[in-house]
Design a protein around this ligand. Structure first.
Ligand code: MRU
Length: 350
């Protein structure tokens, strides 16, 4: 079990692990206002689709708490404004929009005073946090059924960080790896460094080190070589948004890893909660892809590493087509991408 919880409600405020400071510093940031939560999401103090969803849910409560009226209609109108500010933070991770819809729905459906609606919103945020932890553990448990019998111990490659830090705790892709490790079936994790923000080198590697899971960090351009040399038995990654047909958006570079895995006949799995599936989108072409500030590319620390006069392009995510995905591991079961539609919940918050 992991003890890394990136979003915690404590003493009437939210404590976030500042993921921009890891691995050199473990710092907690206190958030009491929804505008600060929006900023924390935008600047990636909290990141990873499910963790963003949990943080957003608390952000909605913090916003609700600040609304100073007893009038239900005025309250709901101002809550919509809070939702809009939170929606403007990061466009790709659908869990953010999922959490906002769920929080708004409960606010509209709660019969009672404004104070009672506020209490229900806090309870719902707490519930979303607890549910996500359980969901990740279920994903980990389900993954044990798809682990090939050979070799006895597997080397698993992952990209970015889909770990405890990216969820309520435990992780999706790294949750799978944790479960395989606990089952005694893991030889080693290969963690892609994950340019430009280095979530693999900084966060996945840090989580593995905390739990003494053997980890080798490679730069992104080494993955094909490792596969060719027979060092990788399986790939598992997380997702930020999965379309109804199984096309999956994840951290930039994931698509390349999937192409390489196909070339080398290595199983390529996506591990994600159903809250990451956007059934309203027919395919991955419709997934909005965030573009971030180019300084993430051209600057390392205080040093500018590119010459003057170049142009930049910094998409934060790419879409892996369903045909490259061996299976999607969810909290319910593992399905082929084309079977994802069979898991569509009756009540959807997308
Ligand atoms: O830009 P980030 O760090 O928020 O991107 C995170 C990822 O791409 C993760 O792989 C994804 O959110 C899945 S997290 C369980």
């Amino acid at each position: 079990m992991t003890t890394i919880y990136p979003v915690v409600w404590s003493n009437n405020k939210v404590l976030l692990i500042d993921q921009t400071c890891l691995p050199s510093q473990y710092t907690l940031v206190e958030i009491s206002r929804y505008e600060d939560m929006a900023k924390a999401i935008k600047t990636m103090i909290v990141r990873g689709a499910p963790a963003i969803g949990v943080a957003t849910a608390y952000g909605m409560y913090l916003g609700a708490r600040e609304i100073n009226t007893k009038e239900r209609e005025t309250f709901l109108k101002q809550l919509e404004e809070v939702a809009e500010i939170l929606r403007q933070t990061r466009p790709t991770a659908v869990n953010l929009f999922w959490a906002i819809s769920r929080m708004l729905k409960i606010a509209y459906e709660t019969i009672g005073t404004v104070e009672e609606i506020k209490n229900t919103l806090l309870e719902t945020a707490e519930k979303i946090n607890a549910e996500d932890l359980q969901t990740c553990q279920d994903i980990g448990k389900n993954s044990l059924q798809i682990i090939p019998p050979n070799p006895d111990k597997l080397s698993i490659l992952t990209h970015c960080n889909a770990g405890a830090l990216a969820t309520a705790g435990y992780g999706t892709a790294l949750g799978v790896i944790r479960s395989v490790w606990t089952a005694g079936r893991l030889k080693r994790v290969y963690a892609d460094e994950t340019r430009p923000r280095l979530q693999g080198a900084k966060l996945t590697a840090w989580e593995c080190v905390q739990e003494k899971i053997p980890v080798t960090v490679i730069s992104d351009n080494m993955a094909a070589h490792c596969m060719q040399k027979g060092l990788i038995d399986l790939v598992v990654v997380g997702a930020d948004r999965i379309a109804a047909n199984g096309d999956a958006a994840n951290k930039i570079g994931t698509y390349g890893v999937a192409v390489m895995a196909k070339m080398h006949n290595i199983p390529f799995y996506v591990a994600a909660p159903l809250s990451t599936v956007d059934y309203s989108l027919k395919n991955g072409d419709l997934i909005p892809i965030e573009e971030r500030d180019p300084s993430e590319l051209y600057q390392i620390g205080d040093s500018v590493i590119y010459p003057d006069g170049v142009d930049y392009y910094n998409p934060a995510f790419d879409v892996t087509p369903a045909k490259l995905i061996t299976g999607i591991i969810t909290e319910q079961k593992t399905v082929k991408p084309e079977e994802l539609i069979s898991l569509k919940p009756e009540l959807s918050y997308h």
